[in-house]
Write a protein that binds this ligand. Sequence first.
Ligand SMILES: C[S@@+](CC[C@H](N)C(=O)[O-])C[C@H]1O[C@@H](n2cnc3c(N)ncnc32)[C@H](O)[C@@H]1O
Length: 588
Amino acid sequence: MRQNRKAVDDSSMVWSVGRTTLEAEPAIEAFDRASIRHQPQNLLMSRENSTGEMIHAIRTETDLVALALRLGARDVAGWSPAEEALAATASTAKPNVVDWALDAIRMGEDPLGDAFCQLRTPAVRRAQGATYTPSRIVDAMLGWAGSLPRPDRIVDPGVGSGRFLRSAGRSFRRASLVGVELDPLAAIVARATLAASGLARRAQVILADYREATIPLIDGRTLFIGNPPYVRHHLISSRWKQWLRASAAEVGIHASQLAGLHAYFLLATSMHAKKGDIGAFITAAEWLDVNYGQLLRELFMGKLGGLGLSIIEPSASPFPDAITSAAILRFEVGTRARSVQVRRVGDLDDLRDLADGRLIRRERLEAATRWTPLTRPAKRRPEGWVELGEICQVHRGQVTGANDVWIASIMDIDLPPEVLFPTVTKARELFNAGETLADTTGLRRVIDLPEDLDVICGSERRVVEAFLRRAKALGADKSYTARNRRAWWSVGLRSPAPILATYMARRPPAFVHNVARARHINIAHGLYPRETMTKAALAGLARFLSTGVNVAEGRTYGGGLTKFEPKEMERILVPDPKVLPLAGTTAS
Ligand SMILES: C[S@@+](CC[C@H](N)C(=O)[O-])C[C@H]1O[C@@H](n2cnc3c(N)ncnc32)[C@H](O)[C@@H]1O
């Protein structure tokens, strides 16, 4: 197959139709002949049969243009000079092909899009990011949009053959329909599909690069919906990379140059949209975890107003020609949801209700650099139970950089009491405490000086200076930790955690209700409730965790040492205090 593709710059490609024929593509022709040979001859032609034959009849891109024109492509607003140039190359469409196509489109099929995908090799379409969306995914995304107040306008960025826009036009009978597309052939195909579906009057196709397209603001609500093109960064020109950097900087986000084209589309959407607009996009799921996905994660949590994520496992084959997992993201611009709904889907049949899934707190998503681990349910969760992370943030204690200096010794007895903090410095202190750390007797003191030493005056200042000279002599200012804090002398202990936990031992961790308000260093984790909890609830939670956590939930190292990273501890299941009062709860 010969294909004319003219690169305008490295990323924005304009595709012109050449004398593309199937003659040189024996594999496709053989497939078509085979499928026709096996059709039942004497029966009324099945839909599949007629579609197969119709696609076979569209042998070149010029045939496809001819068919699109016959279906009324020109009736959709926005007809452009590039499309006019393509139209000039059109062959003549056979009337029976026009009837078949019309029929198929009215039945909800996408015969022109299918023909487009047959005529363009996967390699060519990959460079355009042209992977059209299966109808089950389109239906699920529109189904979700249908559960919200009706949009006044639908925008599909990268409209392709018009799958989303045509279905949206049927679901939302008053909304105007706007498709943006860079490829004039796809634009003509989308127009034809819209026209044949009786939607020409409400529809417009803008032949433009979505990133710089003019999409006027309207009074009502816009639904942005579609499948932004997935094109890797090395096919994106430096001009556009600059655009990405500058546009992201305007909303205070750092953009990696390794981001793919879908990131540009999300950023552009945040620029085209206004408060109250809603959206659903399907993308490859890698942005959930990789460094360059940070831009998308921040946009999702920030300007776009993320509401939910459905992650489609590769086993569900969201896209027939790619082994990849996909993510459907839903958003309402300007909202700041407290939690995001997350669901993993192993089968496209389970996609029906997109607004389903478990809630993950905004703070957890914002703090994590990889989201996939948060989306995986650790184990079956009983009704009314939540992950600890929904109730509490878990923080490792502060690293001092030199415990022999910063944990006070007899030498430091004269330091002002305000800089000596009773602190849990050994796991043993928590194991010995039992359920409650009632007082700080027996705990050592950590020296935590203010960053601004000038707040300490007189004789106290002299004692502090003497201590700092000793500390320097021991190299305390040279440790990696000391060099990386704002003032090397200021350890910066965390505030007292209401519950303290050990996290590394050959036994289950101890969770202790920290009534004494002791500080902790990095031998312990601190549990900080996200919302105020009563003393009784805190005691109940600590008691539940002490008796309910077993070593299997942490990571086991050689010799049976079990370690809980803060994020792992946040995944422990606990009864939801809103549903089950924790006080008095015992482990099952
Ligand atoms: C993944 S396809 C989606 C098509 C259709 N919305 C669907 O879901 O079936 C992405 C489309 O975006 C188009 N495209 C690629 N780069 C574009 C750009 N910079 N501006 C507008 N459209 C673009 C491609 O030609 C392709 O048709």
